[in-house]
Design a protein around this ligand. Structure first.
Ligand SMILES: NC(=O)c1ccc[n+]([C@@H]2O[C@H](COP(=O)([O-])OP(=O)(O)OC[C@H]3O[C@@H](n4cnc5c(N)ncnc54)[C@H](OP(=O)(O)O)[C@@H]3O)[C@@H](O)[C@H]2O)c1
Length: 285
């Protein structure tokens, strides 16, 4: 296959960095964006000609548009955009600061929405493109301690459900990538990632989940290189799926959750149907 050009957000660590390394190794061109460009100095030294780097904080919508415009102008064409930048803030909803809530939504949800919007006219002009949105198994299931993170991932899933239908006619294909747990910077500590603890939530069975210590890295099934490789394969497939889970934890947990939700849905049937106006009933398929 001819080499391709990729645009990726959040390339300093984790999935973004792994994707960038794999793509450069196989001879592709990567427009890598990140908040601290010096973190790619080693890759720039090795692959300078095929690595286009720009500073980008995805919470700055004007900067997202400017950097996307620049990438398409400089590189001529971008085949695949991977919207990857994101993080999770751990804590009970009540414990989170207003600033943490704002940053969580501004980064994972609004940053991803603005990236998709910025890319759309360019993809349309070049006759199509692939957009991978890194969501999470946490876009289907939810755990205590990550309420705001789930808000962003469930939110971006809803956005892409609608957006995909709007843009497929232009040859734009989207996939929500829904990884399970993998050892990246995601579980690292840091002021932005941990809400200030309230005593009332200490010493309960939920406490490890609220503090982000419920699972150790050794128990996370996700293999970072294999997951990145799968993302690349999906982006290049002839008929990419709208959603793709990655990891046995993701598959099992989402399957169990959806099965239970379908069962609960069926239990609601009679009451749901009973509230129609007479003569306007839509029968389930
Ligand atoms: N690891 C998992 O178990 C897991 C599971 C499901 C989904 N995910 C998703 O995978 C994606 C990547 O996370 P990761 O696991 O690879 O974690 P990671 O190693 O912490 O990487 C996160 C990346 O996002 C960047 N980022 C954070 N806020 C940003 C902002 N405002 N603007 C631009 N970049 C920003 C970080 O940059 P800095 O270095 O500047 O902070 C970093 O490059 C996220 O969307 C996450 O929700 C992860």
């Amino acid at each position: 296959m001819a080499s391709s050009t990729w645009f990726i957000t959040g390339t300093s660590t984790g999935f973004g960095r792994e994707l960038t390394e794999q793509l450069l190794r196989r001879g592709d061109t990567v427009a890598a964006t990140l908040r601290t460009p010096a973190r790619l100095d080693d890759l720039a030294a090795e692959h300078g000609d095929r690595l286009w780097i720009r500073t980008l904080d995805v919470t700055d919508a004007a900067a997202v548009r400017r950097v996307v415009d620049e990438a398409f102008a400089d590189l001529g064409r971008v085949d695949v955009v991977i919207s990857n930048a994101g993080f999770g803030v751990f804590g009970a909803a009540e414990e989170m600061t207003d600033e943490q809530i704002h940053r969580q939504i501004a980064t994972n949800l609004l940053g991803s929405v603005q990236l998709a919007r910025a890319v759309t006219p360019h993809f349309r002009a070049q006759g199509g493109g692939r957009l991978l949105q890194v969501s999470s198994m946490g876009g289907h299931v939810a755990y205590p301690g990550l309420s705001l993170y789930h808000l962003t991932k469930w939110g971006i899933e809803g956005f892409f459900e609608a957006y995909a239908q709007e843009v497929e006619r232009f040859g734009i294909r989207t996939t929500l990538i829904e990884p399970g747990m993998a050892g990246t910077g995601f579980y690292g500590a840091g002021e932005q990632r941990r809400a200030p603890a309230l005593a009332v939530y200490e010493g309960t069975e939920l406490t490890p989940w609220l503090r982000g210590t419920g699972v150790s890295e050794g128990d996370m099934p996700g293999d970072l290189p294999k997951m990145a490789e799968a993302m690349i394969r999906i982006a290049e497939s002839d008929d990419p799926p709208r959603r793709q889970l990655l990891g046995s934890d993701a598959y099992t947990l989402v399957r169990d959750t959806l099965t239970e939700r379908l069962r609960a849905l069926d239990d609601q049937r009679d009451l749901a149907l009973s509230t129609d106006r007479d003569g306007l009933r839509r029968e389930p398929a």
